[in-house]
Design a protein around this ligand. Structure first.
Ligand code: XIL
Length: 326
């Protein structure tokens, strides 16, 4: 059948991509599948553009791994999603330990966003044609608790909600061409958290804060895909922003069986089909593609097998679930 990205682009979406990083990007077999023509049209770095990776010491930026990933994506004909500027996890200790005044931490956020987004605004482009391949940025990640209240990160407790507007304003100035996203999990279907996200984006837009999209991470559990994906995404796009699935995986309570594989096929089908049904859903990024390198087993003990290829790079039924949805 037609490879996934080729098919989804023919159907009017921008990309079917995946999240990748080192060490897997050093694995020849991994690269072989990743670079299969037409298979993946977009890449999000799993770790290399995060704060601990890019600004381990204040004002000293390290971009080498991120640059290497951009080069790989470019050589595979893929556009990029930058990930992620302001998040409570994977912070260097000089940030997470806090102790700053609101004014000082605001400055720190501005310096970081400007440093990182500004660097890749110039660098995420095709070397030959100079066409930008930086499609979008997850400027703020996981700002909410599941009950819809604001997460008490160092940013929120020190600065208040205003850190979000600061981050977006700074990102827009640093890269006027990138689509700027707020990204979160458990906002895929209607929920208190999704309502909170919708209210925040509405308020940001009414204040003139430059925000272009809502990223739905899509870390699902087998058989538990919400029935309200389409309705929820339509409520989001009605605000005048685009949406995308940004890190989709569907975790299975191990062991995997023929039945779980068939259920997972139906689940991936449901997720991608929801994006196909919503005009403002621009694309789908998987949280990796092979179970060999998925973050799931390490984070959710007893769960795994969350992606569309097995550990031997053989496509699982889930692959055809996506094909059928497109
Ligand atoms: C994960 C990475 O995949 C892992 O390699 C890392 O150890 C932890 O973070 N939400 C996000 C992603 O936005 O950045 C996270 O990625 C998964 C949860």
């Amino acid at each position: 059948s037609t490879p996934l990205n080729t098919a989804i682009v023919q159907a009017g979406k921008k990309y079917l991509g995946d999240m990748s990083d080192f060490p897997e990007l050093n694995d020849e077999q991994y690269l072989g599948t990743l670079k299969t023509p037409g298979l993946f049209g977009q890449m999000t770095p799993g770790n290399s553009m995060k704060w601990d990776a890019t600004e381990p010491t204040r004002g000293q930026f390290t971009f080498s791994n991120g640059d290497a990933i951009v080069a790989i994506a470019d050589s595979a004909g893929q556009i990029m999603r930058g990930h992620t500027c302001v998040w409570h996890n994977q912070l260097p200790s000089w940030v997470s330990s806090g102790g700053f005044s609101a004014e000082e931490l605001t400055e720190i956020v501005e310096e970081h966003v400007k440093g990182v987004v500004g660097h890749w605004a110039g660098k995420m482009r095709n070397l030959l044609t100079q066409t930008p391949i930086s499609d979008s940025w997850d400027v703020v990640n996981e700002a909410f608790n599941d009950d819809g209240t604001m997460r008490e990160s160092v940013f929120y407790t020190t600065i208040g909600e205003g850190y979000i507007a600061t981050a977006f304003n700074t990102a827009r100035a640093a890269d006027p061409n990138a689509k700027l996203y707020i990204n979160d999990y458990n906002i895929e279907g209607t929920s208190a958290k999704s309502t909170a996200m919708i209210n925040l984006v509405k308020s940001l837009k009414s204040q003139g804060v430059p925000i272009d999209g809502i990223g739905l991470q899509g870390h699902f559990i087998l058989g538990q895909i919400p029935n309200t994906l389409v309705q929820n995404m339509q409520a989001m796009t009605a605000l005048g922003v685009e949406v995308a699935f940004t890190e989709v995986d569907i975790r299975v309570e191990l062991p995997e069986t023929e039945e779980t594989r068939e259920q997972q096929k139906a689940d991936f089908n449901k997720v991608v089909e929801a994006c196909m049904q919503v005009e403002g859903c621009v694309g789908v990024t998987l949280g990796g593609f092979t179970d060999k390198y998925s973050w799931v087993p390490g984070t959710f003990p007893g769960f795994g097998a969350a992606l569309i290829y097995d550990e031997e790079y053989v496509a699982k039924p889930a692959y055809d679930g996506i094909v059928d949805a497109i």
